[in-house]
Design a protein around this ligand. Structure first.
Ligand code: 4AZ
Length: 303
């Protein structure tokens, strides 16, 4: 026994001293941390208990509030492939607002008035991966986030951004019950062009897509995070769309570029959406996982 003690102590000391490989749960999707919806008030879950079961409130995708009745998400979330039926036949589709833990009942489950799926969504390339959900009841003001326009400084490569979701935390189908967020970077289009030049891993189109992640991987969106927001400088810059695997080095996440679809979103919203002002934040003042600036009061009027 005695003889064993010393080697054991050395082994334990070594284990503590040598950095361990990152645990899968810490590396995954959102490789990040638990986030309170109070700090991401625009974050919503798309849910259908009939299609996905009630244990996790029926969650199957993410989305973001861009107005009191307007949610943006990914078109592919509403495909027959995901829902198992035509979106018009998924009668119990709901948007869940204000719920951190999908096992709980906090917040509200809001039925939909209408669904618009971008008819220009290209299922081959994933270009134009956006849909607009109109809520049957308005959520309180102050929950929505502005869409970043083209030319916004938030699109500059190297900008810190946050990605949010209840998706897979390690690429094995281990979905999170609690909302998570990860700090990533807006990456240079060249990185995604190089990673996804066409062929089996996909084709990156910088006009309609945004490249995000870390050059060495480790933090990323993953399955189940689709449709959810990528936020930089307090503005919505992207929606989780696709990628090869999750959080792998050299395989960044690909997001729907919000500026490329903002006009479509406005055209299919039944309210007047407040725009995101041009970037005025001081360098370094971004708070990717923090609360965004509250939006302007909802404006109602003729369209
Ligand atoms: C998906 O399957 C998915 N790593 C979403 C995002 C990414 C990969 C896959 C990006 O919904």
């Amino acid at each position: 026994m005695r003889a064993l003690r010393y080697p054991l102590a050395v082994a334990v000391a070594l284990l503590l001293a040598v950095p361990c490989p990152v645990r899968a749960e810490d590396r995954g999707v959102v490789g990040g941390q638990i986030v309170k919806v109070a700090d991401a008030p625009w974050m919503v879950a798309l849910a259908s208990r009939e299609r996905f079961g009630g244990v996790r409130s029926g969650h199957f995708c993410g989305g973001a509030l861009v107005g009191r009745t307007t949610v943006v998400t990914a078109a592919h979330c509403l495909s027959q492939e995901v829902l198992g039926v035509d979106v018009l036949d998924a009668k119990d589709l709901r948007v869940i607002v204000g719920r951190d833990d999908l096992r709980g009942s906090a917040g509200s489950e809001v039925p939909l008035r209408s669904v618009w799926v971008n008819p220009g969504f290209d299922t081959e390339t994933n270009a134009g991966d956006v849909a607009v959900l109109t809520l049957a009841q308005a959520v309180p003001s102050g929950r929505s986030i502005g869409m970043a326009q083209a030319g916004d400084a938030a699109y500059a490569p190297g900008t810190a951004a946050g990605v949010y979701g209840w998706g897979d935390v390690n690429g094995t189908g281990a979905y999170s019950n609690k909302l998570r967020g990860a700090r990533v970077l807006v990456l240079d289009d060249g990185l995604c062009r190089h990673a996804y030049p066409g062929g089996p891993e996909g084709t990156y189109d910088s006009a309609t897509m945004l490249c995000g992640g870390l050059p060495l991987g480790g933090r990323d969106a993953c399955q189940g995070d689709s449709g959810g927001p990528l936020v930089a400088r307090g503005r919505l810059v992207g929606l989780v769309s696709w990628g090869s695997g999750c959080a792998q080095a050299g395989r960044p996440g690909v997001y729907t570029r919000i500026s490329s679809v903002a006009a479509l979103v406005r055209a299919h919203s039944t309210e007047s959406l407040s725009g995101a002002p041009a970037a005025t934040a001081l360098p370094g003042a971004s708070a990717p996982l923090g609360r965004p600036q509250p939006d302007a009061p909802a404006q109602w009027g003729p369209r």
